[in-house]
Design a protein around this ligand. Structure first.
Ligand code: AMP
Length: 410
């Protein structure tokens, strides 16, 4: 039997109401912050991601779904959205039309990671990107936006973690300080971290290896070595979050995996979903647009994992049980009336959700089906009533019945 590919999953009809609910809350909250939806293609030229996200990142070095298409172009299924949004901004010169562009998206993403609870190979993210301002108000706004969406979804067991990675010069300076600290410990580091020491030293803070973690516990942090302007930017964000009464923690070890971040990084981390606990991650990327399009447009954004959020909602028991609504189930009392039932159903479907029996079942079986589907009303077509041009309407909630004129049914 052919099955869905490892790490992908079907979202079955009974789960769809939860997705609709989440998407509605995302859309309305994004709208209230004046973010406009953008939809970009599922696949892009590979070099967009390798250049945009960075060769040394996990995503680019080992997780992308990349293939050569029939015209010998290397294409990649999008592993994240920021690079695509930036490409679209440059390609359509949106930065020349508006000083500030605020986008949001809801989209599938693809990464060939090791599947586990909360980690898939096709998963879905919603997120926001704001391009055109370096104001710390925008950093604070992004964090508040993500926070509000999770709150509106009913989640409460999560924390907001923030950090600053400063500007490249202060970061380079810090990297050499970190290297000096790590040099005597090199032989004790895990193999992965030994590699990262050379390629992406900040990621050592993300290591799950206990030996690494022990060494990193006493490592000097970037925030202690921030330049003055970056520190001021960071302090302003903190003040704004305090004013907005958003609880947060400064986590000096929050470096995140992507190369393009400058200044702020943040994560919203759940206490309800096990080891894959990051619900949402984001940060500022003032240099990315230049890297991709040689234009200076600062930006900031976040992405949140929908499957993980739904899992957290389930674990926190805040998923509301929504029954699929059937307004009318039409029961046919005589077989010959199938065409009439079809005609009435079609008319009623202009304004209602309507179902009937397609398989010539007995009246009893049709009533059972109406019950099973949770129909609010059953319309019985046939018998003497039909001869009189009427039908019996049964209210399934209180069991009451009335005779109504077929011509007047709406
Ligand atoms: P990132 O783009 O890596 O910063 O991820 C942002 C968010 O997307 C994470 O906080 C997760 O909630 C979600 N996410 C990332 N990778 C996966 C994955 N493989 N499966 C499910 N969710 C993911």
């Amino acid at each position: 039997m052919i099955k869905a590919i490892t790490g992908t999953k079907d979202i079955l009809p009974n789960e769809i109401p939860n997705w609709y609910n989440l998407e509605e809350i995302v859309k309305s909250t994004m709208n209230s912050f004046n973010y406009k939806e953008i939809r970009t293609p599922i696949f892009e030229e590979t070099r967009l991601f390798s250049r945009g996200i960075g060769e040394a990142t996990d995503i680019v070095s080992k997780e992308m779904y990349t293939f050569i298409d029939r015209s010998e172009t290397s294409v990649t299924l999008k592993p994240e959205m920021t690079a695509s949004v930036v490409r679209a901004l440059i390609e359509h010169s949106l930065d020349k039309q508006f000083q500030l562009n605020k986008f949001f998206y809801i989209s599938p993403m693809f990464r060939q990671e090791r599947p586990q609870a909360g980690r898939f190979r096709q998963f879905h993210q919603f997120g926001a990107e704001a391009l055109g301002s370096t104001s710390p108000a925008l950093d604070a706004e992004m964090i508040i936006l993500a926070y509000q969406i999770l709150k509106k979804l009913g989640l409460s067991n999560f924390v907001v973690k923030i950090n600053s990675l400063g500007i490249p010069s202060s970061r380079e300076n810090y990297k050499s300080i970190l290297q000096d600290y790590l040099k005597p410990h090199l032989h004790n580091l895990s193999e992965e971290s030994k590699k990262r020491y050379e390629t992406n030293i900040l990621r050592l803070f993300d290591s799950k290896d206990e030996r690494d973690q022990k060494i990193m516990e006493n490592a000097p942090t970037l925030i202690e070595h921030l330049d003055e302007a970056s520190l001021e930017h960071f302090n302003e964000i903190k003040e704004m979050l305090q004013v907005a009464e958003i609880p947060f923690e400064v986590d000096p070890k929050l470096v995140r995996g992507l190369d393009y971040y400058t200044h702020t990084t943040f994560e919203l981390v759940s206490g309800s979903v096990g080891s894959q606990s990051a619900l949402c991650g984001g940060g500022r990327y003032d240099l990315l647009v230049n890297q991709l399009g040689e234009r200076d447009v600062p930006g900031i954004g976040f992405a949140a994992g929908i499957e993980r959020i739904l899992l957290a909602m389930e674990n926190e028991k805040v998923i509301s049980e929504t029954q699929p609504q059937i307004d009318f189930y039409i029961v046919r009392l005589e077989k010959e009336l199938t065409k009439k039932v079809f005609e009435i159903a079609t008319k009623l479907r202009a304004k209602n959700t309507v179902e009937f029996d397609y398989s010539q079942r007995s009246v009893k079986a049709q009533m059972r089906e109406a019950n099973r589907l949770g129909a609010t009303k059953v319309l019985m077509i046939g018998g003497d009533e039909f001869q009189r041009g009427t039908a019996v309407l049964k209210n399934m909630q209180d069991g009451s019945q009335e005779e109504i004129l077929l011509a007047e049914i709406k």
